[in-house]
Design a protein around this ligand. Structure first.
Ligand code: AP5
Length: 209
């Protein structure tokens, strides 16, 4: 099962991915998480990516495509994967198809999770993430309800950066809706409902064939 999660920043891709992992046991591959770890560890990739991420801009395609070519060749991804935050441009989508076709794989399902901009802004401004275990919660969580760790606000969840991320999404990533519709694998999902209601449609979509 090879799944792509599409949707604006804050649409709930990571949240739905966590539920899919529990149910299907396939790896969740989030380019945002990989890049944030690289920034934290000051790796060569992290040093190149940081300024783009802080500004809410996309990291250049060549860096991302090289990173994902390596990640998708790893053993755990051969039985299936959930891609979250990749591809984000039509160049990345075409490169992904090429990489997968080299060993007879393809994308089975692209889920576009749709949420109005005003709700996205509210979600992202109040999102807080645990420094220790990565749990995603809200400003109401003084400490992590899972492990007691410190909750922090991502640099790119500051109000001024959210607006740019939404503009970048419309310009560079929204065209992928047509790309995957043309490939016959797109399912559009109303993401502006309770998490379990959204997941019920997500599960139905990935199991439809
Ligand atoms: P990335 O980490 O991928 O960020 P994003 O796409 O902006 O997505 P988010 O993680 O912000 O949101 P999400 O959709 O996962 O929502 P979540 O489930 O957390 O990318 C960050 C940066 O890295 C990019 O800006 C770019 O610079 C770079 N980058 C990454 N990939 C790249 C690529 N391929 N090419 C180039 N550059 C790349 O939910 C959000 C909030 O809403 C949470 O608080 C959650 O609890 C809440 N929530 C979720 N679902 C619901 C619901 N149904 N109802 C109410 N609240 C909900």
């Amino acid at each position: 099962m090879n799944i792509v999660l599409l949707g604006a920043p804050g649409a709930g891709k990571g949240t739905q991915a966590q539920l899919l992992i529990k149910e299907y046991g396939i790896p969740h591959i989030s380019t945002g998480d990989i890049l944030r770890a690289a920034v934290k560890n000051e790796t060569p990739l992290g040093l190149k990516a940081k300024s783009f991420m802080d500004a809410g801009e996309l990291v250049p395609d060549d860096l991302i495509i090289d990173l994902m070519r390596e990640r998708l060749a790893q053993e755990d991804a051969l039985k299936g994967f959930i891609l979250d935050g990749f591809p984000r441009t039509t160049t990345q989508a075409a490169a992904l198809d090429t990489v997968l076709s080299e060993d007879g794989r393809r994308i089975d399902c692209a889920l576009a999770i749709e949420v109005p901009d005003e709700d996205i802004i509210k979600r992202l401004s109040s999102r807080r993430v645990c420094r220790v275990c990565g749990y995603t919660g809200s400003a109401a969580d003084a400490v992590c309800p899972q492990c007691g760790g410190e909750m922090y606000q991502r640099d790119d969840d500051k109000t001024e950066t959210i607006a740019n991320r939404l503009a970048v999404y419309q310009r560079s990533t929204a065209p992928l809706i047509n790309y995957y519709s043309g490939a016959g694998v797109l399912v559009e999902i109303d993401g502006n409902r309770a998490v379990d209601e959204v997941y019920s449609d997500v599960k139905a979509a990935v199991e439809r064939d």
